[in-house]
Design a protein around this ligand. Structure first.
Ligand SMILES: NC(=O)C1=CN([C@@H]2O[C@H](COP(=O)(O)OP(=O)(O)OC[C@H]3O[C@@H](n4cnc5c(N)ncnc54)[C@H](OP(=O)(O)O)[C@@H]3O)[C@@H](O)[C@H]2O)[C@@H](O)CC1
Ligand SMILES: [K+]
Length: 501
């Protein structure tokens, strides 16, 4: 699990590393530049490519100067260095690296306040103007320069952070920042890289290790954590000898309506393929043939109009409610019935969430430890409109603490907010999975894991990771544009087996 730090904490961690390793700050900068150059050379091996390096006068600019020197040493023969002298002060390590680059043959151009830009013909631009020291929105010369660079057709590679992009905090709609093809970022992804506002500015990012103290980083106890495969490998439970279907729990999926049976089927499929010992789907009578022909492994408990089903609560270790359920009075009554009778945590998705948003008194009977799995729109229906994802994150954290529940906020990097106030970012999944029904499979999968004895937190972290990894296994090697949820459900046993190996 990688703690994700804010800019202020990154500065603390840098300072701690410098003092305790110990390493001189100029040598830490040298390490950072070397790590950047290692990646850059792999991506852009052509030494004859024209490369312009735009540097500010802080440490991000200092990195840029060191990078230029190292690329020169690696034989890049068409380098140009542009120093934007827009600030009145420069950092000490910038000055040292300026002296070092001036001792080489790399041409250096100074860009002074208010000056026009000379034509730019380089195919690659390295952005080392501003990094984590950004403390206000860009304006004046920096804004002009960034807009100029964004209008070129060159490929932009940003050092640490695209200039103008805040590493944490709210990203406003009219933000002006460098649009980077690739960001090579130091030590860890910045929190805002993982939120949808990054899409406009960051095509892809790669974190490179520069040896910042891991023990200090962990001691900061950041609420923001990035999930890695090793975390999930520790959580998944292989099946033991002498086990039987009773060992792996009985799940109940309360879902579907006459015209939305697909949601119930996909949810039940996610549950059964993820290994629930028994799965029962509570569906409308009209969906019985569909269920029996889709997956005979799933048992049925039928619902007839607005008559409440006869549920033997003690039989079930886990219950999910919501996919395709509808938001009519009968669905609302059913949710209230389940909330007040099951007595154990529930998994609530889709229309279950919409019902909670409409009927706030239902919150009263929500069992602690329950899991809500909203996408962005459902989340805003529950908790009010948000203007950006940072604000949404803070609400998710506050609500998870206040209500002692798990909120799984679906996103490229799906976020789990826990009652302990942690926000876990998932690291698997891809755009091929963006199809209707994918969330239903996830709900079934989470329910299945709870039935198998995982805690709610383990079920969220492992379930989301497994779901995304199954999608990655299907889409990435085959360059598939779309992965359908039913196919993904079938992949779950293989994905889980790999994580248990
Ligand atoms: N620390 C370390 O050990 C390591 C750090 N590393 C590198 O350092 C980078 C952080 O460096 P940094 O802290 O010097 O900040 P940086 O982004 O260069 O800019 C600071 C300058 O910008 C100014 N400024 C701010 N906002 C502005 C705006 N909107 N418009 C205009 N100006 C603005 C601000 O001026 P001020 O407001 O303070 O007057 C200040 O002068 C980090 O991203 C990484 O690349 C690596 O080498 C690894 C080791
Ligand atoms: K930058």
């Amino acid at each position: 699990m990688l703690p994700l730090l804010t800019s202020a904490q990154i500065r603390e961690a840098d300072a701690f590393t410098i003092a305790s390793e110990p390493v001189a700050s100029i040598d830490l900068m040298e390490r950072a530049a070397r790590a950047f150059v290692g990646w850059f050379i792999n991506h852009f091996p052509d030494r004859n490519e024209e490369v312009s390096i735009y540097c500010g006068m802080g440490n991000n600019g200092g990195d840029g100067l060191a990078i230029a020197r190292m690329l020169h040493e690696h034989g890049y023969s068409h380098l140009k260095l542009i120093i934007a002298r827009y600030n009145d002060k420069s950092s000490a390590d910038f000055i040292i690296n300026l002296q070092r680059i001036q001792a080489t043959a790399v041409p250096v151009v100074q860009l002074n306040k208010g000056e026009d830009f000379s034509p730019e013909s380089s195919t690659i631009i390295i952005d080392a103007l501003l990094g984590s020291g950004l403390n206000k929105a860009l304006d004046g010369d920096f804004k002009r320069l960034v807009e100029h660079l964004n209008n070129l057709s060159s490929t932009v590679v940003a050092v640490d952070i695209p200039t103008g992009f805040f590493a944490d905090g709210e990203i406003h709609q009219n933000t002006v920042a460098i649009r980077a093809e690739l960001v090579i970022t130091f030590q860890q992804a910045k929190i805002n890289f993982l939120l949808p506002e990054a899409a406009e500015f960051i095509r892809c990012w790669q974190a490179v290790n520069i040896g910042i103290s891991e023990s200090f980083t962990r001691s900061l106890n950041s609420p923001y954590q990035f999930i890695e495969e090793q975390d999930i490998k520790r959580v998944v439970k292989p099946r033991g000898r002498f086990s039987n279907k009773g060992t792996y729990g009985h799940s109940l999926i309360i879902a579907g309506a006459a015209k939305t049976m697909g949601a119930a089927l996909l949810c039940a499929a996610g549950c059964v393929y993820a290994g629930s010992g028994l799965t029962t789907a509570c569906i409308p009578l009209s969906g019985l043939t569909a269920l029996n022909s889709y997956l005979p492994e799933i048992m049925a408990l039928t619902r007839d109009g607005d008559i409440l089903p006869d549920i033997d609560w003690a039989r079930y270790k886990a219950i999910a409610i919501g996919p395709g359920l509808g938001t009519g009075a009968d669905a609302c009554e059913l949710l209230a019935f389940v909330l007040s009778n099951f007595g154990k945590p529930l998994v609530i998705d889709a229309d279950g969430i919409n019902l909670l948003a409409n009927r706030y008194e239902l919150w009263e009977s929500l069992t602690e430890g329950s899991i809500l799995t909203p996408h962005m729109k459902e989340f805003d229906r529950l908790f009010g409109d948000h203007h950006n994802w940072w604000a949404r994150l803070q609400t998710a954290r506050q609500q998870a603490i206040k209500r002692k529940i798990y909120i799984v906020l679906k996103n490229d990097y799906t976020i789990t907010a826990t009652p302990q106030g942690k926000l876990y970012f998932n690291s698997t999944g891809n755009a091929a999975m963006a199809t209707g029904g994918m969330g239903d499979v996830l709900t079934g999968l989470l329910t299945s894991l709870i039935a198998q004895g995982y805690t709610a937190e383990e079920a969220c972290l492992a379930g989301i990771y497994i779901h995304g990894k199954a999608g990655d296994e299907l889409a990435l090697p085959n360059r598939m544009n779309v992965v359908l949820p039913g196919r993904l459900a079938q992949q779950l046993p293989l994905t889980m087996a790999k994580l248990m190996a």
